[in-house]
Design a binder for this molecule. Sequence first.
Ligand code: HEM
Length: 105
Amino acid sequence: MSIVKINVLTVPAEQREVLEKRFASRAGSVENSDGFEWFELLRPVEGTDQYLVYTRWRDEAAFQAWMEGPMKSAHQGGGDRPKPAASGSEVWSFEVVQQAAPKGA
Ligand code: HEM
């Protein structure tokens, strides 16, 4: 089954809009990576000030290949890189052990 890699971004309240705008104009290149399955930017509603960048991949090798190549250009932002909106980040790794989708979907 797939693996999940979540980049956990700590974002101060006043930087939320900046972060979301940056993702709104993201490179859009991850969609073309071999083994890429899903991406979601998750905005915290309560209990945390951490945004989750949820990504799901066919396997660890597919994620590593993206990290070593396209990920770098997808994170450059072009030209002068603005001050990061996030004050911290860490990556969480998971294996999918069960999953379900609505019937007929
Ligand atoms: C130092 C750590 C990181 C920070 C602060 C960070 C922050 C960001 C930001 C602000 C963007 C929006 C585009 C931009 O402005 O560059 C972005 C894009 C993205 N990030 Fe990260 N990121 C980091 C590492 C990672 C890691 C390890 C992953 C994988 C789990 C990840 C997954 C993604 C994805 C999938 C996109 C969209 C790329 C695309 O559209 O092709 N990021 N990241």
